[in-house]
Design a protein around this ligand. Structure first.
Ligand SMILES: *[C@@H]1O[C@H](CO)[C@@H](O)[C@H](O)[C@H]1NC(C)=O
Ligand SMILES: *[C@@H]1O[C@H](CO)[C@@H](O)[C@H](O)[C@H]1NC(C)=O
Length: 488
């Protein structure tokens, strides 16, 4: 039994060592390098594979319900030898082959060598468990298969997931849009933007859970004058290192523009999976703080884990970009979940629902006709076990600021980042002052003025390309006034 475990770890490492980040990958699927979520250095380094072994190590540790430190220790001594022994059989795999017979040759080599390897003592791990982990994580990883993507119309795309994909939904797919359309809907997928690194509101980090039966993810963009593109220009990035199953996931919303008075959707959150990941992922570090030096692309450093290690039950915070009229949550059969709300923040008390319930239903009334408050799945931020006082906290956000710049580039060059006072939001204002000339002003703005007045005024006054035109937007997350016309 233990021999098979060696196979698991060795083959994964061999593969993990060879993946690189792709760069130029418009209208096709890129594979992202495997380390996506901020992670620690694993102290027990593996020869030949230093720094690249973490995702598979986490996967196998999770699968075996063993700590990653323990798994790393077990495989350390024999890893390098087996890797070398199989180097010729695995040439094709290392070169990224998708040919099943070449992959089989590589896998067989590992099996053969492991059968003759020293028996490794591992208490409480059965043959069945090991072979199950082998099936679930290795062969999919070795297959080198990536999703395929087709543009079905100019606004609608279809992503077909690999037949063999990392088990337990240990993957994510980022749909990177050239700009953020007013409405972006997706089917057969859930959004985990709150837990992905380096994403913007126009990027949708998608995954699946047990509620989804199809491997075709469909998306549809509804355009406006200020955001229009061809879905052939959408970039899709596939990553096999995100433990998406352990993060709160949200379904696509809203369903229309303007939104219905009662928009609805699901939140999927498997708390048991998250706890198991936390238990096995022992070599994890917390996320690094966001840098505030100079105007930079917004970067969310996120980890699916949280600072409060041993708090159970788990509460879930939802931070929205603007204040909605109502947000109600129930479990699958309609039993209400208590939600405390304070402006844009909502705290879901999940302690009173059974621990094996992982699907919540929500109903959302944006109050759009009065305040213009509107946002989609990528912009609601989920916080696992927010610290005490989170709900009442007055947030101070950072915004880009510049005065009457003639372009985004100039605004970025001459502007700066400001930490706004509590109760302020980021605002962008773009004026068309002559046919070929615009001015862009970005600043911190008192929230109420920003939301109530400007979003309303904006409807009549914003006509990009025409004169006169003043477009303003207003948003409440760090650096969200990055794009002056479509701030999110
Ligand atoms: C094996 O399982 C037994 C019973 O659950 C437990 O007492 C023991 O500590 C376990 N050993 C290891 C090494 O995990
Ligand atoms: C909750 O959502 C699921 C999935 O969308 C649906 O099947 C179910 O009927 C909903 N339950 C309630 C009480 O609305």
């Amino acid at each position: 039994m233990v021999l098979h475990l060696k196979l698991v770890l060795t083959t994964l490492c061999a593969l993990g060592c060879l993946l690189e980040t792709s760069t130029a990958c418009r209208s096709e699927v890129c594979r992202r390098k495997r380390s996506v979520i901020t992670q620690p250095q694993i102290t027990l380094q593996l020869e030949g594979c230093t720094g690249r072994t973490k995702p598979w190590l986490r996967q196998v540790s999770y699968c075996l319900d063993k700590s990653s430190a323990e798994v790393a220790l077990k495989i350390k001594s024999w890893y390098a030898r087996t890797y070398t022994l199989c180097s010729s059989s695995c040439n094709h795999v290392r070169a990224g082959t998708r040919d099943r017979s070449n992959i089989g040759t590589c896998v067989d080599c590992f099996k053969t060598h492991l059968l003759t390897a020293d028996f490794m003592q591992w208490e409480n791990v059965t043959f069945t468990e090991i072979s199950d982990c082998l099936d679930r994580y290795i062969y999919a990883a070795l297959s080198n298969e990536v999703p395929s993507y087709v543009a079905e119309t100019r606004a609608r795309g279809k992503i077909t997931l690999p037949q063999l994909r990392p088990a337990n939904n240990w993957w994510s797919l980022t749909v990177k849009l050239p700009c953020k359309p007013p409405l972006f809907q997706f089917w057969n997928a859930y959004c985990i933007n709150s837990f992905a690194d380096d994403v913007r509101a126009r990027d949708f980090v998608l995954t699946q859970n047990k509620l989804v039966k199809s491997r075709n993810i469909i998306f549809l963009a509804t355009f406006s004058e200020s955001c229009r593109f061809d879905v052939n220009d959408v970039e899709i990035v596939w990553s096999e290192s995100v433990p998406a199953f352990a993060a709160p996931q949200v379904s696509s919303f809203p369903r229309s523009i303007p939104p219905a008075a009662a928009e609805f959707g699901n939140i999927f959150f498997n708390q048991a999976a998250r706890e198991r990941l936390r238990r096995t992922d022992t070599a994890r570090l917390s996320s690094t703080p966001t840098s505030s030096r100079g105007p930079k692309r917004r970067r969310r450093n996120v980890d699916i884990t949280d600072a409060a290690i041993d708090i159970t039950p788990i509460n879930l915070g939802v931070k929205m970009p603007c204040t909605v009229r109502s947000f109600e949550v129930s479990d699958e059969i309609g039993v209400p979940v208590s939600v405390q709300s304070n402006g844009k923040r909502h705290l879901l008390d999940t302690s009173r629902i059974l621990r094996n319930i992982d699907t919540l239903n929500f109903t959302l009334d944006y109050g759009y006709s009065m305040t213009g408050c509107l946002f989609g799945s990528s912009e609601a931020e989920f916080v696992i076990n927010p610290p005490p006082g989170w709900l009442a906290a007055q947030e101070r956000i950072q915004c880009y600021t510049c005065h009457s710049a003639n372009s985004e580039a100039e605004c970025l060059r001459n502007g700066r980042v400001e930490l706004c006072p509590a109760g302020f939001q980021c605002q962008s204002e773009t004026r068309q002052i002559s046919i070929n000339k615009i001015t862009i002003t970005k600043r911190c703005k008192q929230s109420l003025a920003c939301e109530n007045n400007y979003i309303n005024n904006n409807r009549e006054q914003c006509r990009p390309g025409h004169q006169p035109s003043v477009c303003r937007c207003c948003c409440g997350t760090h650096f969200c006034n990055d794009d002056s016309l479509v701030c999110t």
